[in-house]
Design a protein around this ligand. Structure first.
Ligand code: ASP
Length: 444
């Protein structure tokens, strides 16, 4: 059997006719590129608007009483201009008529948002001469809003048997409401990445290519350091750590479907198709360079509840009692750095808003610590690398690089997999700290 590649193209890759031409060249260059998952048209230039944003705004305006034709005109023009410029013989009038009807209904915001991918999928299918398969008929959510895996993967398998090639719009699927009526539901923003991953798994692809406007994952955020290099190979676990900590090339949930079955992802650049990009593979398939760090990423907006209590180490149940307070409030924590008589709980800053005093009081009652306080305005920086496992000296280099930049470390947490070290610094020191780490590990 010939190989199967699922290729997903992001919004900037399909923002206008010129981008469509690049995308078609890429797809048609390899017959294995059989299943294509498009996003909605993205920005053509910096101040431009993404079609998905325009659709949300348009739906809200129409719901608020605005005239449909006037509100929808800019969206319509985005698609009509692609049809015109590519000379396509596609008629979108029926789709526009359906959109008009649905925009007048309440509770159809997800439907509205999904039309960017839907219409772009129709255009791309026509341009490529591929069949169009509506995601509404193959991606299903259960009543809790989670992907119905069994049904979705069975449908994708059937689809693959019927269609050797297809265009499947990203970002949405079908859900049934309590009365059994079908509705469109979208994933969270950027969710076409997730669709691509689900399709790759459903059709048993050999590779999931994710085409975007950067040549892969950078070792550090290019907004913070100049010209960082691209990571050539990264394991799923490393990627999860880095994207969780703010590296945003790929939707963080999109690794799960393919990771489960070991299908690699290749991040590629539509505007630089010869660049090999970043390959994301299973840990066992990733070459290990001992002592090497793969990447650094970080985020602002954290705080730490710190507690001290004499003999905490021998008090059975202390941590459970404290954490049960968070559980009661439905709060999940990020990290839990501990010392012998100290415990820190790292949380997103906004979680505490409006209930800091109450939480501290309840924790005080539950655990009776000798001292409790909240340290605000913390940024977390994660240094990630499979080459760090059982290799000496990385933490020492990290800490002395931070000290050398005259930055105080407020918290340190080494993941139990030894694949990451997370440090907390004052938010004001965030950028300098990332640069110091970058210089230490990546500038030779
Ligand atoms: N168009 C959707 C968004 O802007 C989904 C995607 O592009 O992945 O979030």
């Amino acid at each position: 059997m010939s190989k199967i590649k699922v290729v997903k193209f992001g919004g900037s890759s399909l923002a206008d006719a010129a981008q469509f031409q690049k995308v078609a060249r890429i797809i048609l260059a390899e017959p294995e590129r059989r299943y294509v998952v498009p996003s909605a048209p993205g920005k053509r230039f910096k101040e431009d608007r993404k079609v998905t944003d325009m659709l949300y705004a348009c739906y809200d305006a129409v719901q608020g009483g605005a005239d449909f034709d006037a509100s929808f005109a800019p969206v319509r023009e985005r698609f009509d201009s692609i049809v015109r410029d590519l000379n396509l013989s596609v008629d979108l009038e029926d789709s526009y008529a359906q959109i008009r009807v649905m925009f007048s209904k309440p509770d159809e915001r997800d439907f509205a948002a999904s039309r960017g991918e839907y219409l772009n999928g129709l255009l791309l299918a026509a341009y490529l001469g591929f069949p169009f398969v509506d995601a509404a008929g193959i991606i299903f959510f259960d009543k809790f809003g989670k992907l119905d895996e069994a049904r979705t993967y069975a449908s994708l398998k059937e689809m693959a048997a019927r269609f050797p090639k297809a265009v499947i719009p990203g970002f949405y699927g079908t859900i049934r409401d309590a009365d059994g009526r079908k509705h469109i539901k979208t994933f969270s923003r950027g969710g076409s990445d997730i669709t691509g991953s689900i399709v790759a798994r459903g059709v048993s692809a050999d590779l999931y290519e994710n085409w975007t406007d950067v040549s892969g994952f950078f070792v550090a955020d290019p907004r913070l350091v100049t010209n960082p290099r691209v990571i050539d190979t990264i394991s799923f676990n490393e990627l999860r750590e880095l994207s969780y900590m703010g590296a945003t090339v790929l939707h963080e949930d999109s690794v799960f479907p393919v990771r489960a079955v070991g299908i690699p992802i290749n991040i590629r650049n539509t505007n630089e198709p010869d660049a090999p990009g970043t390959r994301i593979v299973r840990a066992e398939d990733a070459p290990i360079h001992s002592g090497r760090v793969t990447g650094v990423a970080g985020k602002r907006g954290f705080c730490v509840i710190t507690m001290e209590k004499d003999m905490m180490n021998s008090e059975v149940g202390f941590t459970r009692r404290v954490l049960s307070v968070l559980e009661r409030h439905g709060i999940s924590y990020e990290h839990l750095p501990t010392g012998i008589d100290t415990l820190g709980i790292v949380l997103h800053e906004d979680i505490l808003k409006g209930r800091e005093e109450l939480l501290l009081q309840e924790i005080q009652e539950a655990g009776q610590p000798d001292h409790i306080e909240v340290v605000h305005n913390i940024a977390l920086i994660a240094v990630v690398g499979r080459g760090m496992v059982r290799s000496k000296g990385i933490a020492a280099r990290l800490l002395s690089a931070i000290a050398g930049a005259d930055i105080n470390i407020r918290m340190i947490d080494q993941g139990s997999s030894e694949m990451n070290i997370i440090i907390g610094v004052d938010q004001n020191d965030f950028e300098r700290a990332v640069r110091a780490v970058y210089v230490e590990f990546f500038v030779y």
